[in-house]
Ligand binder design. Structure first.
Ligand SMILES: NC(=O)c1ccc[n+]([C@@H]2O[C@H](COP(=O)([O-])OP(=O)(O)OC[C@H]3O[C@@H](n4cnc5c(N)ncnc54)[C@H](O)[C@@H]3O)[C@@H](O)[C@H]2O)c1
Length: 365
């Protein structure tokens, strides 16, 4: 049976996800929440997919109002990042399973309060959406390394993501005006895949790029344009990352680079990935060379796969299936790693991720 759900944030990106939920999942949106109710009612009335569900008659300015009028079990959140923590809190307090697009928090204080609330609400499922993990190429890389163990134990690696993303808006976009948003909102798309494959490193040393480029909205705010870091995994295993949204690469659209270019060295072989192309080498030979589907147009298929995982998390929550628990934990750990990158860059030193996590979730911040 379809699960009645509330959908928050009906902007262009949100509306695309709302259609995916209606057409391709077992969630049934019964109400929408948007602070701009009058525009959203018109938008939903003019949309063939949302009109069928009469959603334009069920638009509310807050989650509280929506839940008073409509019965729902789940809440999806797709608004600007600085609103996420507040909306997640409202959603969980109204006892709704909650899915929120990344990043769920824009600072340590917000993250801690959400984290503690999630722990308290043991019967509710929570997922931070990191859609880049779910395309064919990303899944193939994960399975080759973690399940088939084709390259053996990882002994080192690197990931690169570069492109030019126009974020100029008036007033400025949150991702160029709030410090640390490069790691929290962009690097997370590549590094959530690393966390899924290899978990959290022991240490991180990180730097940020200082770029001012008004043409693409880069105002020079700390940690908003790009960054580089070295992760050190247990046993002194290095993994490096370089990413930027303010460079000159990629004439084919920024999103096509979000999957990342990867080289991962293992004890038994090496894996090279450029977006959707994954090549595996062993003993000086190419043993496989696959061209797979990378990010879907507008990331729709990627989001759909993640919605389906979230559905499974809700349906199978009593079974405590480990692979589903891992999806939730990886999504939380990705936020922690991204903020550890910001912390290392701010403090200008190598930091222990374990200590950072402990302090982050401890009594005092
Ligand atoms: N790859 C990705 O995962 C990816 C890509 C693009 C955007 N995003 C995320 O999706 C979000 C939504 O994108 P968009 O283009 O639809 O944004 P948008 O800003 O155009 O629309 C957001 C909508 O939410 C509403 N809103 C804002 N604050 C609210 C609040 N507190 N309560 C209720 N409604 C509120 C606004 O009125 C608006 O209709 C972005 O901010 C970003 O975080 C993710």
């Amino acid at each position: 049976m379809k699960i009645p759900s509330i959908f928050v944030g009906c902007g262009p990106f949100g509306l695309q996800r709302l259609r995916v939920l209606i057409e391709n999942t077992n969630f049934l949106p019964v109400a929408c929440v948007d602070k701009n109710t009058s525009d959203v009612k018109k938008r939903l009335k003019n949309d063939k997919v949302t009109k069928k569900l009469n959603l334009h008659h069920n638009v509310f300015p807050s989650i509280g109002q929506a839940i008073k009028n409509k019965k729902a079990k789940v809440c999806f959140i797709f608004v600007a990042a600085d609103q996420h923590a507040n909306l997640i809190t409202q959603s969980l307090k109204n006892n709704l399973h909650t899915y929120c697009v990344k990043p769920i928090a824009i600072n340590k204080k917000e993250f801690k309060s959400i984290y503690l609330l999630i722990k308290k609400k043991k019967n509710l499922q929570f997922l931070q959406g990191y859609n880049n993990q779910w395309n064919e190429a990303a899944i193939h890389m994960y399975k080759a390394i973690n399940e088939q163990k084709i390259i053996g134990k990882i002994i080192g690696g690197q990931c690169v993501c570069w492109g030019r993303q126009n974020l100029s808006l008036s007033p400025p976009h949150i991702e160029v005006k709030k410090s640390g948003m490069f790691f929290l909102a962009l690097a997370c798309h590549q590094l959530s895949q690393l966390v899924a494959i290899k978990g959290l490193p022991e240490y991180v040393t990180s730097y940020v790029h200082k770029k001012v480029d008004k043409d693409i909205g880069q105002l020079g705010v700390f940690g908003t344009s790009g960054g580089q870091c070295i992760f050190e995994y247990q046993g002194k295993i290095p993994f490096t990352y370089t990413g930027t949204r303010a460079a000159h690469g990629n004439p084919y659209g920024f999103a096509s680079r979000w999957s990342g270019q990867w080289i991962i060295h293992g004890e038994k072989g090496d894996l090279k990935r450029d977006g959707g192309r994954i090549t595996i080498f062993k003993n000086g030979q190419v043993i496989s060379d696959n061209f797979l589907k990378d990010l879907d147009n507008n990331l729709l298929k990627d989001e759909e796969t993640q919605f389906l995982k979230f559905y499974e998390m809700i349906k199978l929550s009593n079974n405590k299936k480990n692979s589903l628990k891992k999806i939730h934990e990886d999504s939380m750990n990705t936020w922690i790693l991204m903020e550890a990158c910001n912390e290392s860059a701010k403090l200008n030193k190598k930091i222990s991720v374990k200590n950072f996590k402990k302090k982050l979730l401890g009594k005092r911040l």
